[in-house]
Design a protein around this ligand. Structure first.
Ligand code: NAP
Length: 247
């Protein structure tokens, strides 16, 4: 089992779905987790789950689009725990639609929350990680960023952009001991996919060689690998966790 005792992590979007699964898995591995979500009550859901899993946790309400708030959260975590070992840029939204019907708000919000926020939060943890000469930043992208998807051009742009951030920061921080990697999930059962029409679900399932949708725990297992010393020579890469959907 992965042992992250003594380490600390910030997880954005920790209240539900994949982020909640990641938060629980990190806590079970002994990592202290700062759970970030849009409101006090939703952030507290992530923190409570981490405590239930046997870990220590803090809750922070933050809109990930707010760079100054990212700095505040990083400062508060440093004040409380004195180190930041792991950042999981997981918060994300979709606003699907054909481009001709997509509003400016659909484009801006998806790019800001899925893409720009990863720059803000990575910048916020960079100094403490570099000072400690260790750290692992994990960007939760999507196979949509690799493959494209009709009706998701805003989301695909944001998720593809995360690969650029991942590779650039891996090169920028590599000599300082800080690793930066991405995970590209396929279809994972969460609120984000719950409302898709049945025909889309059936079509998606038919395209998954392993014959099942993914669970948050499948992504959390990838995070545990990238957060731990088992991946100490892995940086700038993308771990695809999709049951073969992108093949
Ligand atoms: P989800 O169940 O809809 O949860 C989204 C999370 O993001 C919630 O914790 C939400 O917090 C948080 N969030 C949204 N906007 C935010 C903002 N402006 N500031 C702070 N937090 C915000 O989504 P999910 O399916 O777990 O997805 C998690 C990540 O995986 C996303 O980046 C998504 O793009 C990616 N992904 C998902 C799938 C999939 O099939 N589900 C596939 C590939 C990639 P609140 O609870 O406070 O709203």
């Amino acid at each position: 089992m992965t042992d992250l005792s003594g380490r600390t992590a910030i997880v954005t979007g920790a209240s539900r779905g994949i982020g909640l699964g990641i938060t629980e898995a990190l806590a079970r591995a002994g990592c202290r987790v700062a759970a970030v979500a849009t409101s006090e009550s939703s952030a507290e859901k992530g923190a409570a789950a981490a405590r239930d899993a046997g870990g220590e946790a803090l809750a922070f309400a933050a809109d990930v689009r707010d760079g100054a708030r990212a700095d505040e959260v990083a400062k508060a975590v440093m004040g409380e725990w004195g180190r930041i070992d792991v950042l999981v840029n997981n918060a994300g939204i979709t606003r699907d639609g054909l481009l001709m019907k997509m509003s400016d708000e659909d484009i801006d919000s998806v790019i800001d929350i899925n893409l720009k926020a990863a720059l803000f939060w990575s910048r916020a943890v960079a100094r403490p990680m570099i000072k400690g000469r260790a750290g692992s930043i994990i960007n939760v992208s999507s196979i949509v960023g690799l493959m494209g998807s009709p009706g998701q051009s805003n989301y695909a742009a944001a998720k593809a952009g995360l690969f650029g951030i991942t590779r650039s920061l891996a090169a920028e921080f590599g000599a300082r001991g800080v690793r930066v990697n991405a995970i590209a999930p396929g279809y994972i059962k969460t609120d984000m996919t719950a409302d898709l029409p049945d025909e889309v679900k059936q079509k998606s399932l038919a395209g998954i060689p392993m014959g099942r949708f993914g669970e948050a725990a499948d992504i959390a297992n990838g995070v545990l690998f990238l957060a731990s010393d088992a991946s100490s020579y892995v940086t700038g890469t993308t771990l695809v966790i999709d049951g073969g959907m992108s093949l």
